[in-house]
Design a protein around this ligand. Structure first.
Ligand SMILES: C[S@@+](CC[C@H](N)C(=O)[O-])C[C@H]1O[C@@H](n2cnc3c(N)ncnc32)[C@H](O)[C@@H]1O
Length: 189
């Protein structure tokens, strides 16, 4: 994950107010949230508390952090429209039912609120995408349920978000896993 840390500030720069981060992992985003963030609800079904650096990162947070150990694709225990921002970073690949999770994330976002994301996924087409499709079943088995060929733009817009900014770029690392998709989408109503 060290290789991708440099991508976090740009992905998070539009977060503000009360934020729901889905797939909180080992708290690697905490240090990169902008000052406009006032509170974070950190959701992840797999706690990373045993990692030595985790407690240090939590302690250094500049705003209150509330933990929630539930999966995002099982129905979120939050009122509709509660959050100003929802964030995922390299998480849609690992959620078994990413569409169900995105529908829930949209529900709990306030109208006009932002969904900020950076994800890896399926190349826009060509040889790399075909290899991703071929190798995904094997990769998913050895990489703890991570899919390399999810169509990020289609997933986000298919869940009813209005995409306002979106870019695809290749980051360092193997081309099958370094197709990056960064964007901001809003819940229009
Ligand atoms: C590749 S890690 C990324 C962690 C973190 N977002 C980051 O940027 O370092 C994927 C995360 O998604 C979480 N995850 C897996 N299934 C999930 C689900 N159903 N709902 C929410 N998060 C899930 C995993 O536990 C893991 O922490």
């Amino acid at each position: 994950m060290r290789r991708v840390n440099e991508l976090r500030p740009d992905a998070l720069c539009e977060a503000r107010g009360e934020v729901l981060e889905v797939g909180f992992g080992s708290a690697l985003n905490l240090a990169f949230y902008p000052e406009a963030v006032s509170k974070l609800v950190a959701l992840d079904p797999k706690p990373a508390d045993e990692l030595p650096a985790f407690a240090d990162r939590m302690e250094a947070a500049r705003f209150p952090v509330e933990r929630c150990g539930l999966p995002a694709d099982g129905g979120l225990p939050f009122d509709a429209g509660r959050f100003d921002t929802v964030v995922t970073t390299w998480t849609l690949c690992s959620i078994p039912d990413a569409r169900a999770a995105l529908l829930e994330m949209r529900r709990v976002l306030r109208p006009g609120g932002r969904y900020c994301f950076i994800e890896h996924g399926r190349a826009p087409g060509g040889r790399i995408a075909r290899w991703q499709d071929r190798l995904d079943p094997l990769w998913c088995r050895i990489a703890d349920g991570c899919h390399m060929n999810r169509r990020i733009e289609e997933l986000v817009s298919g869940a009813g978000f209005e995409i306002q900014g979106f870019e695809h770029f290749r980051h360092e690392g193997p081309s099958l896993l370094s197709q990056m998709f960064r964007g901001v989408a809003i819940r229009a109503n």
